[in-house]
Design a protein. Structure first.
Lengths: 158, 702
């Protein structure tokens, strides 16, 4: 996997959801550069370039993180909190994709700096439509922060 | 002074009504009058006394001068007597000398006898002279000088006589010369005495005439003074008479006034007497009335006593000294004692009044009656125990002060009742209450736990149930899409059925979650314009009404205080229902379908005031319902139509009801099969309000 040109980090523990999401992304040809983390810890290791991902560089962050909330080990909110409170990673767009539409999750998600909050529709057509919209927006329409700005900001903060 | 008083008198006459002042002035007037009379009398008396004294003085002076004049005349006679005697002495002495000398010459016895006679006369005269001049020492001295001269002359004459007798000799010339010398000496001394007497005489004469002139002068002056005094006295008397006449006139006027006043006073007294008599009569009447009132009072007192004694509550009253005035039968029954003549400090111990601990005597200052006498209103619970009330009684005593009509505290009254039983009841109630409260607390805790569990359940339903549903839906879809061509029609049908089921279950789960969320949702009230909410809902429902003839009749709705999110949910559910049930029925027979399809959907949203509160209505001309099922409308999962006819979960109206109830309002429905249904609701908290800005509605924000 070429982590240098990574587009999407999908954080999803459920195999079914993972498959459905990947299916939807593939259908829209957005799944070429995607990495799936199966729990919160792995997601954090990946994003903070440590452990198994020590060879990764902050210079090449993913263009989008699709984050489930209910995760083994470290839950989604904690992942969000750490990523958004670290200057090196806080510019990475994080879209929460979850089954829950609980208000408290919505509120705390946005408070911690989530860029978007999506409830996975039960209906597969709608789900596909949603995934397509998100992918198109963040990977095609949205202009990410310049690559150097992240480390620069990090340097300034440290 | 008299003039002043005159004017006062005039004043008195002019102002008879100023009686007190007048009286005072009369008193003054009397005080002034008295010395005037006395003075008049004094002046007259004084005048007379002066006149009498003057007269007496003049009389005395005249008398004295007359006396002095008589004395003077005596003295003149005396002087003349002295001079005569002196003359006689001198003449007799000359006779003695002459007869002695002649006898000497002649010896004639006759001459000797003559001599002897003359000699005796000389001595007699001499004696007389001494006697006459006894008052004048100067003359006595001169007499002392004269007498030896006379004696010498006499002795010489004797010697001449003796010489004749014895010697028969005649006196010679020397004898004669001697005699002559002696006689001259006697004569000289006699002349001296005579001169002195003459001088005295002239002096006395002068004195007498001077005194006589003075006397005349005094008499004349006295007469004039007396006359003048009398004239003055006359004038004074006249004046005083004039004054006293004036005074008498004033007195007369005063008397007249006094008399008038006496008359007035008499009249006043008379009327007073009349009044007194009337008063006496009135008093008599009053006394009679009083006796009536007393009887009435006695009756009332008896009644009061009966009332007091028939009271179930104890009632005691005392005056401000703590002397008991009332102590009714109930009081005696409850306390076990009658009123005791004891100071308040001993009441607690005597009657056995204790604090709520049952052992501490109630302090005197906390006794309801003492507090009432102090002017306080109080309610106290007292534990009462004494030898007569051995079990002890709880009483509730209410004290209040007794005030007179001026609001001054004159004592206190205390009403009390036995609350032993009610206290026990109360304790029981309190105990039950405590238990109940405990149970409520427990139940609340249980409910809270249940609620939390439910919440957790909702969450897990939301998360855990929706995920597999999505998977079923997703993979079946993928199956159809990717392998649809290789599936036989039956297999495809089954997969479609799986998908429909999944969809329906997804809907159910979502609505159940929604319902649960409504229950937990904290009400956030704000003024909300309902028209904008309705417009928003209609816009949301637009896709469902596509290809249909739907007419929305939206009235002019008010702005009310409500939770815009929840109220939007209400309208959404109700309008969605209306839209759904005005749709041509899928499973109905052809004629019904034709009828309904030809019919336009009419959905009316309006409100009307009822008891000052807006009642909102959503009415449609759809399938309606039978009113006998109206109770089932708002039950969970309760449906009046088959899913084939109208899809739905049976949760929408329950959610509506829950939201309305949350607002303190109520919801109800009316319907008739095939005619339509009408849903009404109120928002208890949602009183109409004025919207400050029409743009800022909750609907816009959600």
């Amino acid at each position: 996997m070429n982590s240098e040109n990574l587009d999407i980090l999908l954080v999803e523990d459920n195999k079914d959801d993972m498959d459905l999401t990947l299916h939807a992304l593939k259908r829209e040809k957005l799944a070429n550069h995607i990495f799936v983390a199966r729990d919160g810890e792995e997601a954090l290791d990946f994003l903070f370039c440590r452990g198994a991902f020590a060879q990764r560089s902050f210079e090449h962050p993913p263009k989008l993180v699709l984050l489930d909330l209910k995760l083994p080990k470290v839950d989604g909110m904690e992942v969000l909190k750490q990523v958004k409170s670290d200057p090196r990673t806080k510019n990475i767009p994080i879209v929460i994709m979850t089954s829950s539409k609980e208000e408290r999750d919505l509120v705390s998600g946005y408070k911690l700096g989530a860029n978007s909050y999506i409830q996975k529709p039960v209906d597969f057509d709608q789900f596909r439509e949603t995934v397509k919209s998100i992918g198109l927006y963040w990977l095609v329409i949205n202009q990410p922060a310049p690559a150097g700005s992240v480390t620069k900001a990090a340097g300034q903060a440290s | 002074m008299a003039i002043v008083t005159d004017s006062e008198v005039v004043q008195q006459i002019r102002l008879p009504e100023r009686n007190r002042k007048t009286e005072r002035q009369i008193t003054e007037r009397k005080r002034i009058d008295m010395p005037i009379e006395a003075r008049l009398r004094g002046r007259i008396t004084g005048g007379f006394i002066v006149a009498v004294l003057l007269t007496i003085f003049i009389g005395f002076l005249s008398w004295r001068n007359a006396r002095l004049a008589a004395d003077d005349a005596d003295w003149v006679i005396h002087t003349y007597a002295v001079m005569d005697t002196l003359e006689l002495t001198s003449k007799q002495l000359i006779e003695v000398e002459t007869s002695a000398r002649t006898f000497g010459l002649t010896g004639q016895d006759a001459l000797r006898a003559h001599y002897e006679t003359a000699k005796v006369a000389v001595m007699q005269h001499e004696e007389t002279l001494r006697h006459l001049t006894a008052d004048n020492p100067n003359q006595q001295l001169r007499l002392d000088m004269l007498e030896p001269q006379i004696r010498t002359a006499l002795e010489f004459a004797e010697s001449i006589v003796a010489k004749r007798l014895r010697l028969q000799a005649s006196p010679d010339s020397s004898d004669i010369l001697e005699t002559e010398r002696m006689m001259n000496a006697v004569r000289a001394t006699g002349q001296e005495i005579k001169d002195e007497e003459m001088r005295l005489l002239s002096q006395r004469t002068q004195n007498t005439s001077a005194r006589r002139r003075l006397t005349s002068l005094i008499i004349v002056a006295g007469i004039f003074v007396g006359a003048g005094l009398l004239a003055l006295a006359r004038l004074a008397v006249n004046r005083e008479i004039a004054v006293s006449t004036q005074g008498r006139d004033q007195l007369k006027a005063l008397n007249a006034e006094l008399e008038q006043r006496v008359e007035q006073r008499t009249a006043a007294l008379q009327s007073e007497i009349t009044e007194r008599q009337q008063a006496k009569q009135e008093l008599a009447i009053q006394a009679e009335e009083l006796s009536h009132s007393r009887q009435a009072l006695e009756t009332q007192t008896l009644m009061l006593q009966s009332v007091l004694d028939s009271m179930a509550e104890g009632l005691v009253a005392a005056d401000e000294q703590g002397k008991f005035l009332i102590w009714n039968r109930a009081a005696e029954r409850i306390v076990g004692h009658g009123p005791a003549d004891l100071p308040p400090q001993e009441w607690s111990a005597h009657y056995g009044n204790y604090l709520s601990d049952g052992v501490t005597l109630l302090p005197t200052e906390q006794l309801p009656l003492v507090r009432a006498i102090r002017g306080e209103v109080s309610t106290t619970e007292i534990f009462l125990r004494n030898p007569k009330v051995t079990e002890g009684t709880w009483i509730e005593a209410s004290g209040s002060p007794l005030k007179d009509k001026n609001g001054v505290v004159r004592g206190g009254v205390v009403a009390f009742r036995d609350i032993t039983r009610s206290r026990a009841d109360e304790r029981e109630i309190r105990k039950l209450n405590d238990e109940l409260e405990q149970r409520v607390v427990e139940r609340t805790a249980q409910l809270e736990t249940a609620n939390k569990e439910l919440e957790a359940f909702s969450y897990s339903v939301s998360h855990d149930l929706r995920a597999p549903l999505r998977h079923i839906g997703g993979f079946s879809k993928m199956l159809v899409e990717e392998f649809g061509s290789s599936l036989d029609p039956n297999a495809r049908h089954y997969v479609e059925r799986i998908q429909a089921g999944t969809q329906k279950m997804g809907l159910l789960v979502d609505e159940l979650l929604n319902l649960a969320r409504v229950g937990r949702h904290a009400l956030s009230l704000r003024p909300t314009g309902l028209n904008s909410i309705v417009a928003e809902v209609i816009a949301i429902l637009q896709p469902d009404s596509e290809g249909r003839q739907v007419e929305w009749l939206v009235g002019d709705l008010p702005a009310v205080d409500c939770d815009p999110v929840l109220v939007k949910q209400v309208f959404q559910n109700l309008l969605a229902n209306a839209l759904k049930f005005t749709r041509p029925r899928v499973g109905a027979d052809k004629s019904a379908r034709a009828r309904t399809s030809a019919m336009r959907s009419l959905i009316e949203i309006s409100h009307q005031e009822q008891d000052g509160q807006p009642v909102f209505m959503v009415r449609d001309n759809g399938v309606g319902f039978n009113m006998k099922y109206v109770d089932k409308l708002f039950g969970v999962f309760q449906r009046l139509h088959s899913t084939e006819e109208f899809e739905g979960t049976g949760i929408g109206l329950v959610t509506v009801q829950r939201i309305v109830h949350k607002h303190g309002g109520r919801v109800w429905a009316e319907g008739e099969p095939d005619k339509g249904a009408a849903f009404y609701f109120t928002l208890g908290t949602g009183n109409p309000v004025e919207l400050k800005s029409t743009g800022a509605t909750a609907g816009d924000q959600s």
